[in-house]
Design a binder for this molecule. Sequence first.
Ligand SMILES: [Zn+2]
Length: 67
Amino acid sequence: MSWWQLDSTLKEQAEYASYYRSMPPVACPHDGEPLRLGPPQNPAVLFCPWGDFQYPRDWDPDVHSGM
Ligand SMILES: [Zn+2]
């Protein structure tokens, strides 16, 4: 592997990382339950029906994005 290849691989990984960090979660990171859309008065909220996770309140990209 050349330095040029290594450089492009690192740039590609950084792109993937920022992409996944910008995506809202689809499932609760604690129990894997699909997140439900928030109430009509606050549709930007996603929440776990078990009450242990709410997006974006409990969302930490460093912990939950898998990066
Ligand atoms: Zn949950």
